[in-house]
Design a protein around this ligand. Structure first.
Ligand SMILES: Cc1ncc(COP(=O)(O)O)c(C=O)c1O
Length: 427
């Protein structure tokens, strides 16, 4: 047994230390990493961002401005993933259940980014799984009230509607007039919906429609002020590794995110945060030998998993940290402001995202008065090789095209979008 462990440990270490060549900066030498650290907090120099671009293997013909749905991985993440996949394929069963130390190391790194304890972090497959774990993990009484908005993510609203049908919980819908830009108004909307039957408040940190950032910390503080027993669940699909914050600062009980969005980790990797004091009382989604344990690992027992992908999250974290969240956030906001500032005065163009930095970062939205959204999406792709996506809310009162650059996006690609919007707005 000991020999087998040693063999596996060696295999794992070999995997982790395989040499890739610079310029992939997760393999950068100390000197190179120091160079990054010395760069100004926000450097918009083309040299710097061309360097980042070269770290990705993205299409050079189509400008991908739909990174909000899922993001590409830097080459270095793809390589380490391929490497682990090859290693595991030599003898899968021996690797699959023997990488505990390495996957714990990933949890430790994620927890450091999130500003919480590794004992509060479970690695899973995506936000959907994280939020389903929380929603189905609570005990409900008929009539328990859940506060959510008509601008939350469709599949999450569907999950709550299923809970309504199964358990008789009452959904109390708020309706946000996007873009929302007034903290007090937003906080009041949530607090006014609270009653003595309120069980859960769900908040989407950055929505997927127009990228509106909500003041989660303020909402949570106000809710807990009314009744600390109310559970706050945050949909963080679009906030983690996009904007600079720590989960621990939000004051929420549960937070779920997808690491294949802003962290650029392998597809199908996600994370669930459960406040330490809440772990014991939350049932795991998948069977666990001790479902009432206070060990976070009970939320990560979904059978045979894609461990090569999970282990490769570590490389995505290295890459993210080499850039730094402050510089990354500033660059992302710059890219959104860049295209919006060039089109927002054009007749027929409606900008649907806040220009106040605290209410939006990378994601922006627009529509044209003279053309339906679906046609704009098609024409941008066909005539300008620009890929954006069409979004709307549950009520139909909000619609528009969501434009999502990422750190590898070139301003020339945004110029193509701008040209497309200019010409289509005159069609
Ligand atoms: C706000 C929001 N929540 C949840 C999800 C679901 O994410 P995933 O498909 O990675 O589970 C998304 C996906 O885009 C989203 O935008």
């Amino acid at each position: 047994m000991t020999n087998r462990r040693n063999f596996l440990k060696k295999g794992c270490l070999a995997a982790a230390s395989t040499a890739f060549t610079f310029p992939h900066f997760s393999h950068a030498t100390e000197k190179e990493l120091n160079l990054w650290k010395k760069l100004p907090r926000f450097n918009n120099d083309d040299f710097l961002w061309d360097w980042v671009r070269n770290e990705y293997s993205v299409s050079s013909t189509i400008a991908n401005l739909n990174n909000g749905s899922v993001s590409p991985q830097p080459k270095v993440v793809q390589e380490v993933l391929e490497h682990y996949t090859r290693e595991f394929n030599t003898i899968p069963s021996m690797y699959m259940w023997s990488e505990g130390d390495t996957s714990n190391a990933v949890r430790v790194q994620l927890a450091a980014l999130a500003g919480c304890s590794p004992e509060e972090i479970a690695v899973n497959r995506n936000t959907t799984e994280a939020l389903n774990t929380v929603i189905w993990g609570m005990n409900y009484n008929k009539g328990d009230e859940i506060i959510l908005t008509e601008q939350d993510y469709t599949s999450v609203m569907n999950t709550w509607q299923e809970a309504e049908a199964r358990y008789g919980v009452v959904l109390k819908w708020l309706s946000l007039d996007l873009p929302v830009e007034d903290d007090e108004e937003i906080v009041n909307a949530y607090t006014q919906a609270v009653t003595d039957r309120t069980k859960v408040v769900m908040i989407t940190h950055v929505n997927n429609i127009n990228g509106n950032i909500l003041p989660v910390k303020k909402i949570t503080a106000a809710i807990k002020d009314i009744n600390p027993a109310i559970k706050v669940l945050v949909d963080g699909a679009h906030s983690f590794a996009h904007i600079d914050f720590k989960i621990s600062e939000l004051g929420c009980d549960f937070y779920g995110t997808s690491l294949h969005k802003w962290l650029c980790a392998p597809f199908g990797t996600g994370m669930l945060y459960v406040k330490k004091s809440e772990i014991q009382g939350l049932w795991p989604l998948f069977t666990h030998v001790d479902p009432q344990s206070d060990n976070i690992n009970k939320f990560a027992t979904f059978g045979t998993r894609n461990l090569p992908a999970e282990l490769s999250i570590a490389r995505a974290i290295d890459f993210h940290k080499a850039i730094g969240i402050e510089r990354k956030e500033a660059r992302l906001r710059y890219l959104k402001d860049y295209w919006i500032s060039k089109v927002h005065d054009i007749p027929n163009v409606e900008i649907k995202t806040s220009m106040k930095p605290e209410f939006a970062c990378a994601l922006g939205s627009f529509s044209l008065k003279n053309m339906p959204d679906g046609e704009v999406v098609q024409k941008l792709l066909k005539n300008y090789q620009v890929h954006v996506t069409q979004k709307g809310d549950k009520t139909g009162k909000f619609h528009g095209m969501r434009v999502t650059p990422h750190i590898y996006t070139k301003t020339e690609e945004l110029d193509r979008l701008v040209k497309g919007i200019q010409e289509l707005s005159r069609a």
